[in-house]
Design a protein around this ligand. Structure first.
Ligand SMILES: NC(=O)c1ccc[n+]([C@@H]2O[C@H](COP(=O)([O-])OP(=O)(O)OC[C@H]3O[C@@H](n4cnc5c(N)ncnc54)[C@H](OP(=O)(O)O)[C@@H]3O)[C@@H](O)[C@H]2O)c1
Length: 284
């Protein structure tokens, strides 16, 4: 099959590309900078793509498209309309759209509007709505805090979240793209809810050094996260998510990963064991 992966260089998109390629599908990696992609496996090519300028030519000849909106990107109503029109005019047989857990309960958000708009195009659509992914600990300020200071510093209080492994999200998305055509929405969680204390303990076991969770007070957190390089929008997004999480909204578990894959989600220990290299002590 021919598959186009929007955000194909991002956290989940890159894993989807890897999986499609491993199964012998032809893949176009949608990226703003194809020249940066370097060596790609046999049937994978880079494709210059910008969400704000999507057109039917981008998706010409594609059987399926993995669609997502990168962090920090908000499409205008016109841009969203053009994206939907492009997918339907190109005759794409299936779209798998990734949004986020709970998006269906927030009617006025851009991601919910995109879910609804894409649903109205008539293109066969599966939606995956992951909860927070373990792999956020492998990048940016969270990764740095672990590698340099042996800590997770978050304004999360005692929030418990049913974190999901990004590899499971990619496995589900790939299955829905090429194997199991299912016009439905899937709420993707792990098999259990964890607090950040639990994450710190699991990391400590895998890294064989003590890791602590340092809950940040709201005011201090803004200053500290800005100093760590997060943009104002990223800080607000994190607060919005964690303030809802503190009310327990993201602690429920769903059977949807297993429903699609026929196996349980990866566990916290699977995640930390497989990613220890991300948090190796850095030599100053
Ligand atoms: N992280 C989580 O825990 C979590 C949980 C639930 C839902 N989500 C949702 O997942 C999405 C983010 O997924 P992700 O973390 O996999 O993606 P990501 O890493 O934030 O971004 C994916 C890629 O999008 C490309 N990109 C950026 N701006 C673009 C533009 N204007 N047009 C086209 N491509 C652009 C970038 O690639 P190039 O630089 O190569 O163009 C980037 O590598 C968000 O919608 C978020 O709400 C995340």
């Amino acid at each position: 099959m021919n598959c186009f992966v929007i955000g194909g260089t991002g956290m989940v998109g890159a894993l989807v590309v890897e999986r499609l390629a491993a199964r012998g599908h032809e893949v176009r990696v949608g990226t703003r900078a194809p020249a940066r992609l370097g060596d790609l496996p046999g049937r994978v090519v880079g494709a210059a793509f910008q969400l704000q300028r999507a057109s039917a030519e981008d998706f010409a000849g594609m059987d399926c498209v993995f669609c997502m909106i990168p962090r920090g990107v908000v499409l205008s109503e016109d841009e969203q309309g053009s994206l939907c029109a492009a997918l339907s005019t190109a005759g794409v047989a299936r779209v798998v759209l990734m949004t986020g857990l709970g998006v269906d309960r927030t009617p006025d958000t851009p991601l919910r509007r995109l879910e609804v708009a894409l649903g109205r195009t008539g293109v066969a659509l599966s939606i995956v709505r992951p909860t927070s992914m373990f792999q956020n600990l492998c990048a940016g300020a969270l990764r740095e805090g672990l590698a340099r200071r042996d800590e997770i510093a978050q304004p999360a209080g005692d929030a418990r979240i049913s974190f999901v492994d990004a590899r499971d999200v990619a496995d589900v998305a790939t299955t829905l793209l090429v194997d199991r055509r299912d016009d439905a929405a899937f709420d993707l969680t792990g098999a259990a809810a964890y607090g950040y204390e639990d994450l710190a303990a699991a990391l400590g076991r895998a890294l064989q050094r003590p890791i602590r969770y340092r809950p940040l007070a709201d005011d201090g957190a803004r200053i500290e996260l800005a100093a760590a390089g997060l943009s104002e929008a990223a800080i607000e997004a994190r607060f919005a998510f964690l303030s809802v999480a503190r009310r327990g909204v993201f602690s429920g578990v769903t059977p949807d990963v297993e429903r699609v894959l026929g196996r349980p989600p990866r566990t916290i220990d699977d995640f930390v064991t497989d990613h220890v290299a991300a948090w190796r002590k850095e030599v100053a």
